[in-house]
Design a protein around this ligand. Structure first.
Ligand code: SF4
Length: 364
């Protein structure tokens, strides 16, 4: 079954590290965008497609009014046969939600909310350019629970300028104490052209070894608190893994709507150009082909090794790969504890995840 991704490219303000497709916009532009989005989703009507995950990401989907959220999800339900137990996630920023809005989102079908909390330290949030403080984040998670949305995820960030191991440990402690069921822990990457892309930020950011220590500490603390790691950056209480994101890593099909959204559908990979104005004008009818016939073996290795469960050597063979050559290539990494091979499954260890791009590059 398909996953449906819907991009909402608007934020109240741009954060200092962000290079996602989003802009600051007034309510008129957001309405025009929602109208274009609805047309774009509707083009798949009548095709008999079934979906079991819907994910509204951004940007800041929680800037949508209750009626815009309901309208978008109604269009999804009319266009696709969405299963009764589908996972329907909306990303949200603390400070942009109220109990009333979250109740309305829940009535529209949202049953999972992912909050960009990032840190429990207000000075770190300020450095990131986030608009919320930690007490607003605490309140937002409580409101989601009150609105009947039990499945709440929190993003936290590793490597924020001036962050220390102690402040990160406090973030893990306080965020997990909020009763969330899922945590994504991302390492800050300084993206070209963002306000963070400057010498003073590079100087104040932790070095690679410290960030590696912080990552390992975070993973260990989360596992001690019952959040099992299932992907490089993702940790969940049992049964609360993100079903939508798992589709990407398991090479399953998904359709993405909105500028910069990618799709893997009908054996092809394609995407909508990263231009909000053009999307509104054309209702997303313009897409660019990324790959007409993706190399399924390479994708299986590349995406599967992001997962703790790793990749099956039988599957590698069934996709036309050479399992023996793969084992020979991985042997030096296994010897130093970065990878492991057991019962026909090849996976990276936590330390291996820290250098996964290099290892995967050597294997494919
Ligand atoms: S809220 Fe998220 S998408 Fe918006 S600018 Fe900040 S990091 Fe980027």
């Amino acid at each position: 079954m398909l996953g449906i991704y819907i991009h909402i490219p608007f934020c109240l303000r741009r954060c200092n590290y962000c290079n996602f497709c989003s802009s600051v916009a007034d309510s008129g532009r957001i309405s025009d965008y929602v109208a274009a989005l609805i047309k774009s989703i509707g083009t798949y009507a009548g095709m008999g497609l079934r979906a079991d995950t819907v994910y509204l990401g951004g940007g800041t989907p929680s800037l949508l009014t209750a009626s815009q959220m309901a309208e978008i999800l109604e269009t999804v339900y009319k266009t696709f046969a969405v299963s009764d137990n589908a996972e329907i996630t909306s990303e949200a920023n603390p400070g942009t939600v109220t109990l009333e809005k979250l109740r309305a989102y829940s009535e529209a079908g949202v049953n999972r909310v992912s909050f960009g909390i990032q840190s429990c330290k207000d000075n770190e949030l300020y450095r990131l350019g986030r608009l919320h403080n930690f007490s607003q984040a605490e309140e937002a998670v409580g409101l989601a629970h009150l609105a009947g949305i039990a499945n709440v995820s929190a993003d936290i960030m590793i490597g924020i300028p001036e962050q220390t191991k102690a402040s990160l440990a406090e973030t893990v402690e306080r965020v997990t104490a909020l009763g969330v069921s899922h945590v994504s822990a991302y390492m800050l990457k300084i993206e070209e052209g963002t306000p963070f892309d400057c010498e003073s930020i590079r100087r104040s950011a932790a070095d690679d070894d410290t960030v590696a220590d912080m990552y390992l500490m975070t993973a260990e603390m989360l596992s001690q608190r019952g959040f099992e790691q299932y992907e490089i950056s993702n940790f969940a209480k049992k049964g609360f893994e993100s079903q939508h994101n798992l589709k990407y890593w398991n090479c399953e099909e998904y359709l993405g709507f909105g500028p910069s959204a990618h799709s893997y559908f009908g054996g092809k990979r394609f995407y909508v150009p990263d231009d909000i104005g053009a999307f509104i004008k054309t209702s997303g009818s313009v897409t660019e082909i990324e790959d007409v016939s993706p190399n399924r073996l390479e994708e299986y290795i590349m995406l599967g090794l992001r997962l703790c469960k790793g990749i099956s050597l039988d599957k590698v063979i069934s996709l036309g790969g050479n399992a023996e050559a793969l084992l020979r290539a991985v042997e030096p990494y296994a010897r130093i504890g970065l990878a492991s091979v057991s019962d026909g499954v090849l996976s990276l260890t936590r330390s291996g995840f820290l250098v996964s791009n290099g290892i995967i590059g050597r294997l494919i």
